[in-house]
Ligand binder design. Structure first.
Ligand code: HEM
Length: 498
């Protein structure tokens, strides 16, 4: 009897709290949204759906351009309209990042530094300005960088020539090495062998880090679930540490230990070729003492951030591009004919060549829309109370851009589920871009690697289609994996020489 009374009391308290909380939200003019339960908010619906893309789509259809909900202790607002995302993400006050336990762990494992992706305030502003300037100076999207990409693409093409028709050939293994080596050359100048076990383990860890499952998600959002999720906690900790150790090795390999570092630093300032790669530029900035947030401690996490953001994203986009060419052979054929017709033989076209390739450009934009590899971007955090579309948004609320919804809503596209590059071709056969395709997000925290990513995808896909016809080897499945970065399902492709 006592037990039933207790149960009833708990249920009544839960219902009462839920109702009071909903009344409070309406009174404060929070954006509409799904029912939030005490302690857990709307998490059960997200966990039951094994990810946020499905529930976010349903809630956007139901509540319109903006909805809000709670995830455990965190309040979140989701934006579903491209113009609204642009307007809100251009405000300084929306430039913070949610500080989850995993972010604190990464920071602790890297000498309490902050990197760039999850940094905030003055530290973020200085590191972002430095990164944009450095990427520009290193020639992103221009000839210098393109030459490096051409060298790496050469190795990938060789692997396809050698093994592209083998039944069990997995093109993703040499592709990973190619993409990882491009970003690695930008950062440190180092190259890795595609069979280097240490490097492959690092790459696996980076991919794992970006592919969340429900357990990892809950571990971060609801601290008390850690009691039940010890295994998950252990694996997150192990992986985060291994990544930090690998990056530390990269720094040591380049600059030696701390004493040698000081020596190298003083040498570097006297040289005029310090712009040679990202790490040298960073060290030079520390030495120059012009930016207060730059310290030698900060180098590791900065390199880790750039590698994590720059590797799996370009990688997954290419997986999607290759798979979509198999799924839509008529698109593949049209791109091949256009490349054959316009680009001189034995030349890999690059963005800056400005070849008139409207159908190819339309295909690349459609790949970005269709793949939507970062479906909800990276969360922002509101640094001061504000309003969005007239709704109250308190300090510390997460603001999320529902990019997948924008890319797939019938409000903005006809037949969004169909991969159709011709939606970006006008009546005169010219390429017309669209501000509703926003894979790199928009505003103050827009991706800093956009030019590099675009150059890589443009050159690698063109080089492959110039030389091979792609055919799926097995069942075709166009469903996305889940996580912060969403990949294709595992697949094999035959690369048939043309
Ligand atoms: C197709 C490839 C890529 C896609 C789709 C992509 C997408 C994104 C998105 C959606 C964001 C979040 C922006 C926001 O918070 O509003 C982002 C941030 C970022 N990306 Fe990329 N990215 C790609 C490639 C790259 C590359 C190659 C690099 C590095 C070389 C890079 C470095 C970064 C960094 C450092 C940030 C954080 C910027 C900040 O917080 O200020 N990304 N990216």
């Amino acid at each position: 009897m006592d037990f039933i009374i207790w149960l009833l009391a708990i249920l009544l308290t839960a219902c009462g709290t839920t109702v009071c909380f909903e009344i409070y939200r309406r009174w404060r003019k929070y954006a509409p949204g799904p029912m939030n339960y005490p302690l857990i908010g709307a998490l059960p619906k997200i966990v039951a759906a094994h990810g946020i893309v499905g529930p976010f789509r349903a809630w956007a259809d139901r509540y319109g351009d903006v909805f809000s909900f709670r995830m455990g202790p965190y309040e979140a607002v989701v934006l579903n309209d491209p113009a609204l995302i642009r307007e809100v993400f251009n405000k300084d006050v929306v430039s913070g990042r949610p500080q989850l336990p995993i972010i604190k762990l990464r920071s602790e494992l890297n000498g309490n530094s902050h990197g760039i992706i999850m940094a905030e305030g003055q530290h973020w502003r200085e590191h972002r300005r430095f990164t944009l300037q450095t990427m520009r100076d290193l020639g992103m999207g221009r000839a210098g960088m393109q030459q490096k990409i051409i060298e790496e693409v050469g190795e990938f093409i060789d692997a396809l020539k050698k093994d592209g028709l083998r039944e069990d050939f997995d093109y993703k293994i040499p592709l990973h090495a190619t993409v990882a080596n491009i970003i690695s050359r930008v950062l440190s100048g180092a190259r890795y062998d595609k069979n280097d076990a240490n490097f492959l383990r690092f790459v696996d860890n980076v991919q794992d880090a970006l592919r969340e499952d429900n357990a990892k998600f809950l571990w971060n959002i609801l601290p008390w679930t850690r009691v039940f999720l010890r295994k998950t906690q252990k694996s997150v900790f192990r992986r985060t540490k291994e990544i930090a150790v690998f990056i530390d090795g990269v720094c040591k390999q380049k600059f030696g230990d701390v004493t040698e570092q000081a020596l190298k630093l003083s040498n570097a300032t006297g040289r005029d070729d310090v712009t040679v790669d990202f790490m040298e530029r960073y060290v030079h900035t520390v030495q120059a003492k012009q930016l207060s947030s730059f310290t030698m401690n900060g180098l590791g996490l900065m390199v880790e951030d750039m590698f994590e953001a720059g590797f799996d994203t370009s990688n997954c986009t290419l997986h999607w591009a290759f798979l979509l060419m198999c799924a839509y052979p008529e698109v593949q054929k049209t791109v091949q004919l256009e490349l054959d017709h316009i680009v001189p033989q034995n030349t890999i076209p690059s963005v800056s060549d400005n070849y008139p390739l409207p159908y190819y450009e339309a295909t690349l934009l459609e790949v970005h829309r269709f793949a939507s590899i970062v479906p909800t971007g990276i969360g922002h955090r509101v640094e001061k109370d504000m309003t969005i579309n007239g709704y109250f948004v308190p300090e510390d609320t997460w603001v999320i851009a529902n990019l997948h919804y924008v890319h797939f809503s019938e409000k903005y596209w006809s037949h969004p589920e169909v991969f159709d590059p011709s939606r970006f071709i006008d009546g005169e056969g010219k390429f017309v871009t669209s501000d509703k395709v926003m894979p790199f997000s928009v505003g103050k925290r827009r991706c800093v690697g956009e030019a590099l990513a675009k150059a890589e995808v443009y050159m690698i896909l063109a080089a492959v289609l110039q030389r091979f016809t792609l055919q799926i080897n097995g069942r075709l499945d166009l469903t996305q994996t889940r996580g912060l970065v969403c990949d294709t399902q595992h697949h094999l492709i035959n690369f048939i020489p043309r």
